[in-house]
Structure formats: C-alpha cells, structure tokens
Design a protein around this ligand. Structure first.
Ligand SMILES: Cc1ncc(COP(=O)(O)O)c(C=O)c1O
Length: 487
C-alpha cells in the first residue's frame, strides 16, 4: 500500500507533494476535528464548537440589509440584470476603476481619514492570501527570507513560502513584555540570519496582530521603519484587521508613518489588505496589494491574472463601499459589537481564573492556559490541546501552531459564533477547569476586572454583562441568528 502511495506521489511535482502547505499542523487538525463532528444548536449539541476560525459574523445582518435594499448592485437580480453582459465580459487585471476607487476610500475610512490612498496603486489579489504570495514573488528570490515576529498567523508559511520557496525566519517575542516587538529582538533575528548566510529581503508585520489582538504603537512602527531603511529591507504590513480595533489605543497604519517621515524610502513599503475580516466577506476573496513602489505595482498587477477578484464581485463591492452612510454605520457597529463580545467572553473566562493577553482588536483572544500545563513544554501544550478538542469539544488553536515559543497560549476566536454558543463555550471550559481543579492544577491567581470572583458561571450574570457591554443601541447581538460557520 505504501509503495503505491509513493509511486503516485512521484507523478506530482516535489512542491506539490512537499509539506509547504503546512496542513500537517494542529491548526488544521482542529478544523478537521470540527468538520468531522460540527456543533449545531439543535442537531448536534455535543459537537465540536468552531473557535479556530477568525471570521467576523457579528454584523452580517447589516450587509444583508444593504443587499436587500440595493438589488441593482447585483447583476443577478431583475433590477441589476441590465448590467449582466458588460460585467460578464469584462476581464482586465487593472480592475474596475469604480472598484479601486471605492476600496481606496474604504481603506482611508478604516484609518480614520488620516491618510490618502491612490486608487492607481490598488492591485487585486485572491484574498490577503494571494496578496502575500504576490509580494513574496515580486520581492524575493528562492531561498531568500523574510523576518516575522512570533507568534504569527500560521497561513504565512503557506502563503509566503509554498510556491516561491521563500523562507520565514522568526523574530522571538514573548510574554515578558506582552509580546511587543523590540529593536533588540529584531536585530538578533537579522544577525542570526546573516550568520547563517541567509539573504534577508524583508520583514512582515501584522498590525493588528493575529493571534495577539494587539496593535503596534507609533514608536514601534517608527523603529521598524528606521530598521528597514538602514538595512535596505522591504516591509510588508498586513493590515487585514485594521477595522477590528474596538477600543483604545487607536490603530496606526504604516501609511501614517510613511506620510509623516520624509526620509523614509517608500519603495520599501507594501501593504496587504482584504475585505475578509473588516467586512466579514472572506468568501468574496477580495485581497489588495497596496505598494508605494511603482515597479512592484506594475509586476503585482500583471500577477493579478492568477487571482483576479471576479468582476461580479468588484461591481457589487464598488456599490456597497461607495455608500458612505452604510460604510460609516458598518464601521461603527462592527467596533461596538466586537467590544461587547470581547468584554463578555473575557469576563466569563476571568470568572474561572483564566486570563487573556490584554488586547483591543481582532476577532480572537490570546488565552493563557500556562497554569493548566503539566509541564512548561510544547508536548504538554499539545496534550492539553488534545483534551480540549476531544473532551471539551472546542476547536481552539494552540500557540505552537502560531510559532509561539512559550507553551500554554491558545487562540480562541469569538466573532464567528452567536451568543448562545459563546455561553455554551464558557460553560464547557468551566466544567473542564473545575475537573482540573479537583485534580492537581491550581488556577492562576490574578484579579479580574470585575470585583466579584465567584467561580461558578451564572448565566444570569453573563447575560447582565452582555447587556451592559452592548454599547450600541442598534446591536442585535442577543438575538443573533448566527450558527457556527462550517468552513
Ligand atoms: C493575518 C492574516 N493575514 C491573511 C489572512 C488571509 O486572509 P484572506 O481570507 O483575505 O486570504 C488571514 C486570515 O485569517 C489572516 O489572519
């Protein structure tokens, strides 16, 4: 049987059968566990709850409402069918001018109107996934490397490296300073690469960060920009979570630093963006490369042919994002609802003595379960994760899959489930923690932001927190019709 499999593999390229996709990680294993036994509120109440998917479904009612009110924006409705032929025939890798303009304006709005984006620099790609590959292709040769602060989004290994053979080298960050990237960590990683004779072409940062949910402050961004300028390295800034910043401190885009720093070599700066998170539309595959380098814009545009956003999608998105009233309401609501969910979820965890990294962005929390490990090792983390998947039936993602060097951290997504599923998640965690407590492990001792440290999680009190934390008068959170995503 093994021989047959090996022979079959020889029929394919080495790259195709190699491990470049990274599918063999616990990150994807968790998804498989969910797919095999997905939780459903009525049909499979003991199934695995999907907390490994960074999807923003909290504002889908607003998008749906807009679609209902604007049927002409779709060419597949009676109101829009007159546009069908022109849209169906258009295939140009520059994209619809209306689309590029609308996306540029949307990116400005998501950055508080503090910067300008030129629609002629907007290049399309198949999601941020395609945007990363496009940039890796444009900027680096096979074997070259990009530095990335840890922990980082597991998909980067696939997106940046699989087909281009570009390496990712970790910049080690840890909890001693809340995983903030420091100049010394940056320099240490760069020096290590040079000693190993690896050509470093650039640095990739993700701001706000997946999995940390934190934003980079202005000083750190300035330090990064001066470092890449000094060493003539590219800087790829993945700002896919720009619109998910729900409390202070505000988000600072790299574009603000570029605009204020006259000495910055703009040719080195490139932004990756997408509508997957900020608009909750990952299925539309709207990815953007925004480069300040003309040559990169030209090359990336030619590469768009491999990952065009369909004209039908461009047409619809152009209309949607040109509706200022809708966009402003959406941006506001999204932040309010994320803030409410974050508050309710972290409060629930805190009642059980579980703390998360203090964060203010993203669709997830970075949960600290170090006190539940039998030993401070990756093996112990994997053991705990296996129990969480199999016994607690929650697909959370272990820190090791984000290249986190410190065992015991887990990413938990909170914006792809409805309120009831969130409460069930908390109840499942609570009963696991109680069982553990009856064993050997002592819960972490730290103060919750609530004074009352009562351990048993009362549904009534959780409801109260959720009510208080629903700051928006329009928020439909408590009657959300969501069921967990199945992708
Ligand atoms: C940091 C980061 N970059 C890129 C992506 C890929 O996004 P897209 O769906 O637009 O390809 C993700 C998706 O989770 C992400 O978290």
């Amino acid at each position: 049987m093994e021989i047959v499999k090996e022979d079959q593999q020889k029929l394919l390229s080495k790259m195709a059968v190699g491990g470049g996709h990274g599918e063999d990680s616990h990150y994807f294993d968790g998804w498989k566990a969910y797919n095999d036994d997905p939780f459903h509120p009525t049909e499979n109440t003991n199934g695995v709850i999907q907390l490994g998917l960074a999807e923003n479904q909290l504002c889908f009612d607003l998008t749906k409402e807009w679609m209902t009110n604007n049927p002409e924006a779709s060419i597949c409705t009676a109101e829009g069918v007159d546009g069908f032929q022109a849209v169906a025939n258009f295939q140009d890798y520059h994209g619809l001018p209306r689309f590029r303009k609308a996306v540029a304006r949307f990116m400005e709005k998501q950055r508080g109107g503090r910067v300008r984006f030129d629609p002629d620099r907007i290049v399309m790609s198949g999601g941020a996934t395609g945007a990363h590959e496009t940039l890796a292709f444009c900027l680096a040769n096979r074997g070259d490397a990009f530095l990335v602060p840890t922990p980082y989004y597991p998909g980067y290994d696939r997106d940046v490296g699989w087909r281009t053979d570009v390496q990712l080298l970790p910049i080690e960050c840890d909890s001693s300073n809340n995983f903030v990237l420091t100049k010394s960590a940056l320099e240490a990683a760069y020096d290590k690469a040079k000693e190993a004779n690896i050509k470093v072409k650039g640095l990739i940062i993700n701001n706000p960060s997946n999995p940390l949910g934190t934003v980079l402050d202005r000083d750190t961004l300035r330090t990064i920009v001066s470092f890449i300028n000094q060493n003539n390295l590219h800087l790829v800034c993945d700002e896919i979570y720009a619109g998910t910043v729900f409390t202070q401190p505000d988000f600072t885009s790299i574009s603000e630093i570029v605009e204020e720093d006259r000495d910055c070599n703009c040719n080195l700066i490139h932004i990756v963006y997408s509508l997957s998170k900020d608009m909750g539309l990952p299925g539309f595959r709207v990815g953007i490369v925004y480069s300040y380098n003309d040559d990169v814009v030209r090359c990336a545009r030619k590469m768009s042919s491999f990952g065009l956003v369909s004209t039908q999608t461009q047409y619809l998105i152009a209309s949607m994002l040109s509706d200022d009233e809708f966009v402003e309401k959406y941006i506001y609501e999204c932040r309010m609802r994320l803030a409410a969910r974050y508050k309710a979820f972290t409060w629930g965890l805190c009642q059980m003595g579980i703390h998360c990294l203090n964060s203010n962005a993203g669709l997830f929390v970075w949960m600290d379960l170090r006190h539940l490990l039998s030993k401070p090792t990756i093996e112990a983390e994997t053991k705990l994760w296996t129990r969480i998947i199999n016994e607690v039936k929650l697909n959370v993602s272990p820190g090791s899959s984000f290249h986190c060097l410190e065992p015991g951290w887990f990413r938990v997504c909170f914006a792809n489930i409805d309120d009831e599923t969130m409460k069930l998640t908390l109840r499942r965690i609570e009963s696991f923690v109680m069982k553990k407590k009856e064993g050997t492990v002592v819960p972490a001792k730290r103060k919750c932001w609530q004074r009352n440290m009562q351990l048993r999680l009362s549904s009534k009190r959780l409801d109260d927190v959720m009510m208080v934390s629903q700051m928006s008068p329009h928020s439909p959170i408590s009657q959300s019709p969501l069921v967990p995503a199945r992708t």
